[in-house]
Design a protein around this ligand. Sequence first.
Ligand SMILES: Cc1cc2nc3c(=O)[nH]c(=O)nc-3n(C[C@H](O)[C@H](O)[C@H](O)COP(=O)(O)OP(=O)(O)OC[C@H]3O[C@@H](n4cnc5c(N)ncnc54)[C@H](O)[C@@H]3O)c2cc1C
Length: 417
Amino acid sequence: MAQIVDVAIIGAGPYGLSLAAHLAAAGIEFRIFGSPMHTWRSSMPEGMVLKSEGNASNLWDPAKELTLARYSADNGLQYRDSGYPIPLSTFINYGIAFQQRFVPGLEERLVHQVIPTRHGFDLLLEDGEIARARRLIVAAGIRAYEYLPPQLASLPTELASHSARHVKVDSFRGREVAIIGGGASAINLAALLHQNDATVTLVVRKDQIDYCGPPAERSLWEKMREPENGLGTGWRSWACCAMPDVFHAMPEAFRLMVVRKHLPAAPGWTLKPQVDGIVSTLMGASIGRADAVGGRVRLALDRAGGERTILTADHVIAATGYRVDMQRLSFFGSAVLDRLDCVQHTPRLTRHFESSIPGLYFVGTAAANSFGPMLRFAYGAGFTSRRVAGHLKRVLNPERARGKAAGGWSNANLAGT
Ligand SMILES: Cc1cc2nc3c(=O)[nH]c(=O)nc-3n(C[C@H](O)[C@H](O)[C@H](O)COP(=O)(O)OP(=O)(O)OC[C@H]3O[C@@H](n4cnc5c(N)ncnc54)[C@H](O)[C@@H]3O)c2cc1C
């Protein structure tokens, strides 16, 4: 019978890896599953630069020994705390270096199923092994939550796809592509496709594209009026970074509203000169319907005043983001989902990130409705790791001490309970 470990983590992105580094430093026994930095390697366009500034793009070890600044200095890479866009490739390599140093025991296997048991959780791995743990932390990121507008859902994949499916875009050379969306993913892809000789039309629902402003020298007054923080500038973002516990204590309706409205996925300032006035753009347009016609896609776009514009293309890419929904985590069945208390499809969490199922925790984007927009960014992994590791250290030590007093439990002889 497999040994039962104290903690299992699903996911090896910034949250899973940072948490693992903290658990290791706290002497907590754990296993972690997933491919390192997989979302960043497999769902973001090659050549992208990060939107977060250098000092907000760290993975977190407790002693802050391997920040992005340290990694860049060690490897002769350009770095500034702000004002220098971090290349995606640098961030991926940094994440992998972090994993190799702090989480060498990462098991690069997918978890196919989570089964609640008397001892905690059984995890069915892709190779058939069952891993057993008392507590489970889900750090599975955003990939499961790709959102495709219903009008596009019935089109074949040759004609319509989600932006997360496009790391390389050279197959679109010489083709006509419509991109739906005005956020970071849409603008990133528009720039990249244009540079790769595709004919791009951006379809944006709003009347303008709101780029993040470039960092600039700011006066003391400006700094006081709009303080810098891990999410950019401004008091609202500052409060989200400095007081996640206060956010957690706020009424639920308020929290949901803030997470929905604050910090939409705006494109970075570096993209503006690559897209503005260069890529053909239809503002104030949304999809009315979409049909496959003669091997192409025909989009009927609704405009202001009841007007309709028809756009045909070889392919349409929905850069329409992600919607967190526990039902879409394929490793959960009804044994978990029926007991999981959710609001708007996201788990309700305690101050320690624990869900309504004892021993089951969620971190990252899935925790944003509880702790605020910071949790949608790598920056939030610092607070999360400290909080969850501190909590587990407190709860696991007394459990272990009680176990010893009752006759010296060990992981091995707990097996099968
Ligand atoms: C285009 C784009 C640009 C972005 N730019 C930024 C930015 O500049 N700065 C920023 O902070 N954030 C950015 N984000 C948001 C970013 O996705 C999150 O900050 C970050 O990924 C959160 O880390 P995570 O560890 O929660 O999730 P992820 O990085 O998504 O990692 C999740 C991990 O879980 C693993 N996993 C999932 N399911 C399983 C399973 N069944 N078994 C085993 N492993 C599993 C995955 O393989 C992956 O390794 C961007 C997002 C997009 C889409």
